[in-house]
Design a protein around this ligand. Structure first.
Ligand SMILES: *[C@@H]1O[C@H](CO)[C@@H](O)[C@H](O)[C@H]1NC(C)=O
Ligand SMILES: *[C@@H]1O[C@H](CO)[C@@H](O)[C@H](O)[C@H]1NC(C)=O
Ligand SMILES: *[C@@H]1O[C@H](CO)[C@@H](O)[C@H](O)[C@H]1NC(C)=O
Length: 429
């Protein structure tokens, strides 16, 4: 396993700040199932600060009934009507959109390390329509990847700085990589609070909606949902699960939202999709340690914001596109391209230069004349198998560049520390 997976858990802090309501949610929160009208102790809307929390109460209680293992006895705090209190409902965090203080609602779920086991985490996510963060690393959730579909509010992620007491604003795009800490549960994070942004029409420094689905280290075993890309998340972390099937072409729809994506160490298969190359604002794409195959599509030369690109430990073959390696130059922001443990057979001049610089790792491939390659028999055996993925096309049309995002990369930039990326920082042992 890669070294960074074994890094001790950094204590992290995660602050959510609301900027503004941007879309009026048409979907009313679902009515609770089968209310027993005659029971006088049954919770009534007036027992809750908002209608949203009244509906959340039933969603949480239904979810609680599906939990089959709770080693830390967390769900014993999920009682009563005060969902937003610090001492009850551990794992649930509330907030209200700017200017709508009376609409307090559940905005983030952070179950990190609770060790909960339930096949139904998807239902919980579906029934909390204002959720912007679902972070449940190191639980035993099985089944499918839930999708954060609601985009009721515009959020901005703020991160508590370990060194001082300042807040760093996490802007969309690569600035978000300043994030160094991410909260791992209410019990570790007494500092979770909401910082209202006073001018919702002009969110500070180009902040955009930021949603996070962080589910590393679970037992998710289904194929990635075909509509994954419609969830418009900014941070997607699904490392160390048992996900199968292809990377869905719908990922292209996350083009304006996705900042970091971790698919490391699953059982994803099929051809590397052309659509991955459409993620022009994404700084981290890590699909290492899977069973992906095919050549690298030429669209990957459009990844002008990518800093960390890991496709190591797959079944990729062909030539490493030189246009991709050029993203380590002025055309892009690439600082680490890991392609080790595949079946590539050649690299061009720009890639050769990156290997010398230590930016590109092609160990354990099938490149003639290079050191540390697979044996000839192993290479011949792989290369003789039938190949069904589309050949990399010569020409590629990149999505229209967003001038704001494509400001020239800083001169003499250096590779950032792994823990400065949200998705890597959320990887636990
Ligand atoms: C869980 O917590 C509840 C309430 O604090 C307590 O009554 C119960 O004994 C606890 N159960 C275990 C297994 O610790
Ligand atoms: C609260 O939410 C409801 C429905 O989502 C909306 O109709 C209402 O205007 C909101 N209240 C405020 C104060 O914005
Ligand atoms: C580059 O990425 C690989 C795969 O994620 C990682 O193992 C390696 O440590 C990284 N190298 C640097 C210098 O950050």
């Amino acid at each position: 396993m890669a070294n960074h997976l074994k890094r001790p858990l950094v204590q992290q802090l995660f602050l959510l700040t609301f900027v503004a309501a941007i879309v009026a949610v048409s979907a009313e929160p679902q009515l609770p199932y089968k209310i027993q009208q005659h029971s006088s102790s049954y919770p009534q809307p007036r027992d809750f600060p908002s209608e949203q929390l009244y509906h959340a109460y039933f969603a949480i209680q239904r979810f609680k009934n599906t939990i089959t293992s709770d080693p830390k006895n967390v769900t014993s705090t999920w009682t009563g009507h005060d969902i937003c209190a610090t001492t009850s409902y551990l794992g649930f965090h509330c907030g209200a959109p700017h200017g709508q203080a009376s609409n307090l609602t559940v905005t983030s779920v952070i179950f990190d390390g609770f060790g909960l086991c339930s096949p139904m985490q998807q239902d919980l996510v579906d029934e909390l329509p204002d959720l912007a963060v679902f972070q449940a690393s190191s639980n035993n959730f099985g089944g499918e990847v839930p999708i954060l579909t609601g985009l009721s509010y515009l959020y901005m992620l703020d991160v508590h700085n370990k060194q001082g007491d300042q807040f760093e604003e996490a802007k969309s795009g690569t600035a978000a990589t300043h994030l160094s800490q991410l909260c791992v549960g209410k019990n570790f994070c007494p500092g979770i609070r909401l910082r209202p942004i006073l001018d919702p029409k002009h969110p500070a420094h180009g902040a955009t909606s930021a949603k996070a689905l962080l589910l590393n280290n679970n037992q998710l075993s289904a194929p990635l949902p075909a509509n994954l890309g419609f969830s418009k998340v900014s941070y997607l972390a699904l490392a160390n699960n048992k996900l199968t099937g292809p990377i869905p072409p719908s990922v292209a729809h996350m083009q304006d939202s996705l900042v970091e994506m971790l698919l490391l160490n699953n059982q994803l298969s099929d051809c590397l999709p052309h659509e991955l190359g459409m993620l022009t604002k994404t700084a981290v794409i890590d699909a290492g340690m899977n069973q992906l195959t095919g050549p690298i599509p030429s669209s990957f030369s459009c990844l002008s914001s990518v800093e960390q690109l890991n496709l190591g430990g797959n079944r990729l073959y062909g030539q490493v596109p030189d246009a991709l390696c050029k993203l380590a130059g002025p055309a892009g922001r690439l600082t680490n391209l890991t392609l080790s443990g595949n079946y590539f057979t050649s690299v061009g001049p720009a890639c050769s230069a990156l290997i010398k610089d230590g930016v590109l790792d092609v160990k354990h491939n099938c490149i003639p004349g290079f050191a540390n390659q697979r044996g000839p028999a192993e290479c011949a055996s792989f290369l003789s198998q039938p190949k069904t993925c589309p050949a990399a096309s010569a020409r590629v049309a990149c999505p229209a560049a967003d001038a704001k995002m494509n400001v020239a990369a800083p001169e003499g930039r250096v590779a950032k520390d792994y823990s400065s990326y949200v998705v890597y920082a959320t990887l636990h042992e």
